[in-house]
Design a protein around this ligand. Sequence first.
Ligand code: CU
Length: 120
Amino acid sequence: MIRLRTLLATLVLGAVASSGAVRAADEPGSTRTIAITARRFEFEPKEIRLKKGETVKLQVTSADVSHGFFQRALKIDADLAAGKSADVLVTPQESGTYTLICDHYCGAQHGNMKMTIVVE
Ligand SMILES: [Cu+2]
């Protein structure tokens, strides 16, 4: 005669839990953020320095009217609505000195509205 309790105990003991190591979730990489303000007719700061291959978040805020935020070689092309912010991720691939411009007409001195991005 098979005793039910004995059978159950055998089954439970046979079920050995695997002790696989629990892998901690990878920490998300901390992306450096640089705050930039756009206003007629300048960007502040006027110059930022980035590292080749490093992804950086540019948090650009318009303090007045709408502006553009454009640098072709660095693949930066954002539209800033009046008074709003935009996040722009950039990962420079080549060292050099780049001139970023406002490409929305924003007034008489619009053509002077530039900032310098130095990639080291
Ligand atoms: Cu502008």
